[in-house]
Structure formats: structure tokens, C-alpha cells
Design a protein around this ligand. Structure first.
Ligand SMILES: [Zn+2]
Length: 289
């Protein structure tokens, strides 16, 4: 299995979205002698960022990076723009490998699913997964599965009017969690399916929601799958109130997605409980061996 990674992803710090997250995953991979190979992210053209983001926003990100003008949830250093761009390139490389080999995963930071066409927030700068879907879509119908505990409001924003992309998200009810203003059932349409779960929902509810969501998504007739893989629904994570207690749940979600038998790539989103992050990420990945 090929994982896409660059040590440059460690050069960005935004607690709790820290470089230690990737280090924890890498050290688990090493300790467990897992059957993986590492690939470099793809170099991308800045102009291609306009496939998913407005020129205004890209300019703002560059300017903030050059002048280190931070927001509370989104700090900026001189390196921020380049590293965020490299995360888009990581997702794209994973998408390409998935087309050739069936599956790949991008171990990238910063995450992306809260970055919309014209906004960035929630530790996210550019939408890595949306960029890879759009750049590598080639006229195909795409299914995006987002199992991060937070609704991927940026991804929904980018594809909301695009009937060639189905967006399925299982997340904690946004009445009770960031991003608060998006992720409700009332926003659903023929190709957007939000499945909010109440605080306290655990392993069984999560897997059942995913099974039901994937049943609807299958009818859409997708030709490839992109997964926003967040591990912050984990009970020990501390950032939200869903209560996924078992690594096996992430494996079961992976297995349900693998049953579609389509080229599939995953992109790392959230997940902040470092002692078990590697184990949980591998729980998901092992479904695609
Ligand atoms: Zn999250």
C-alpha cells in the first residue's frame, strides 16, 4: 500500500493540530512493520488552485503567509502557503495512485475539509481533497465520504451545485459542534447527504449511519471514491462528543467503502488523540489491503 507523505508537513504547528499527529502515525507504521511504501506529493501549479478556490482567497492566503498575519484558528508563517499547497499535491498524488492501484492514502497536514471556495477556517487553509477530486476527475462521477466528527462545510460548499459529485458526511450534530452553521439534513439534495448524529452516539450508530449513507451513494453511480478521513469521533479525542470507542469501527467503515470496489483514495483530516491515532488510522487503511 502506498502512502503519500512529505517531511515538510511537519513544518506547521497549530495546536491541537500539531506535527506530532503525523509523527504518531509514522511511528505506529514503523513499530508495527506495516506493509507500506511512501510516495512524494505531486508538484502542483498555483493556477490549478482556482479549480476549487477563488482568486481572492488564494491571494489572501499568500499575503497572510508573506506577512505572517494570523487568525486564531489559522496561524500563518512564511511557510504556510507552500505547505498548504503541498498538502493539495499530496491528495492529488494519492488520487492518481488510486486510479492505478485501487487505493492510496495521503498523510497530509494541514487538513482541508473546512476550506470552502472562498473561505478558510478550522485549522484548514485549502481543500486538499476537493482539489484532488476536481483535478483528477476526468469527467467521472465522484463520491466523497467524510467521516470526520465535524461536518466538511468547505467540501460541501465547493461541490454544492455540482451534480457530478456526491457528498456523504456522517458527523456530530452541528447544533452542538463546529462548524455550527452547516451540516444539517435540511441542506440535503440529490447529491448531498448529511447524516448528523447526536452527542454521545457511539460505534453502532456511526457504522449504521455510514451503511445507510453508502446505500444512497451507491445509487448515484460513482466511478471513484475520495474519503475525508477524520479520527476525531474517537471517544478519547476530547475535541467533540461522539463516542467511537473501538478501532474496529474505523475498519468497518473502511470495509463498507471497500465493498464499492472503486478506485479509492483517502486524505487525513482530524484526529487529535495521539496515543491511539496510528492504530485508528491503520484500522481504516487495513480494510483496503
Ligand atoms: Zn474534525
Amino acid at each position: 500500500m502506498k502512502l503519500v507523505y512529505s517531511p515538510r508537513y511537519l513544518e506547521h504547528e497549530n495546536p491541537p493540530e500539531v506535527s506530532g499527529r503525523l509523527k504518531a502515525i509514522l511511528s505506529y507504521v514503523e513499530r508495527s512493520k506495516l506493509p507500506v511504501k511512501f510516495e512524494e506529493p505531486k508538484k502542483i501549479d498555483e493556477a490549478d488552485l482556482l479549480l476549487v478556490h477563488s482568486g481572492r482567497m488564494v491571494d489572501e492566503l499568500k499575503e497572510r503567509s508573506a506577512t505572517e498575519r494570523s487568525e486564531p484558528e489559522n496561524p500563518f508563517t512564511k511557510k504556510t502557503f507552500e505547505i498548504a499547497k503541498l498538502a493539495c499535491g499530496g491528495a492529488l498524488r494519492a488520487a492518481e495512485i488510486a486510479d492505478d492501484e485501487g487505493f492510496s492514502f495521503a498523510l497530509v497536514r494541514p487538513p482541508g475539509h473546512h476550506a470552502g471556495r472562498d473561505f478558510f477556517q478550522g485549522f484548514c487553509y485549502m481543500n486538499n481533497l476537493a482539489f484532488a477530486v476536481r483535478k483528477n476527475q476526468k469527467g467521472r462521477r465522484a463520491l466523497i465520504v467524510d467521516f470526520d466528527v465535524h461536518h466538511g462545510n468547505g467540501t460541501q460548499d465547493i461541490f454544492y451545485k455540482d451534480e457530478s459529485v456526491f457528498y456523504l458526511s456522517v458527523h456530530q450534530d452541528p447544533h452542538t459542534l463546529f462548524p455550527y452553521r452547516s451540516g444539517f439534513v435540511s441542506e440535503n439534495n440529490s447529491h448531498v447527504k448529511n447524516m448528523p448524529l447526536p452527542p454521545g452516539a457511539g460505534d453502532g450508530e456511526f457504522v449504521n449511519a455510514m451503511k445507510e449513507g453508502l446505500k444512497a451513494a451507491r445509487k448515484f453511480g460513482p466511478e471513484f471514491v475520495a474519503v475525508s478521513a477524520g479520527f476525531d469521533s474517537y471517544s478519547q479525542d476530547g475535541i467533540a462528543e461522539l463516542r467511537v470507542a473501538e478501532t474496529k469501527t474505523f475498519s468497518l467503515i473502511g470495509k463498507e467503502i471497500a465493498k464499492l470496489k472503486l478506485p479509492t483514495f483517502g486524505v487525513l483530516e482530524g484526529g487529535y488523540y495521539l496515543p491511539d491515532l496510528g492504530k485508528n488510522v491503520w484500522g481504516f487503511l487495513s480494510a483496503f489491503l
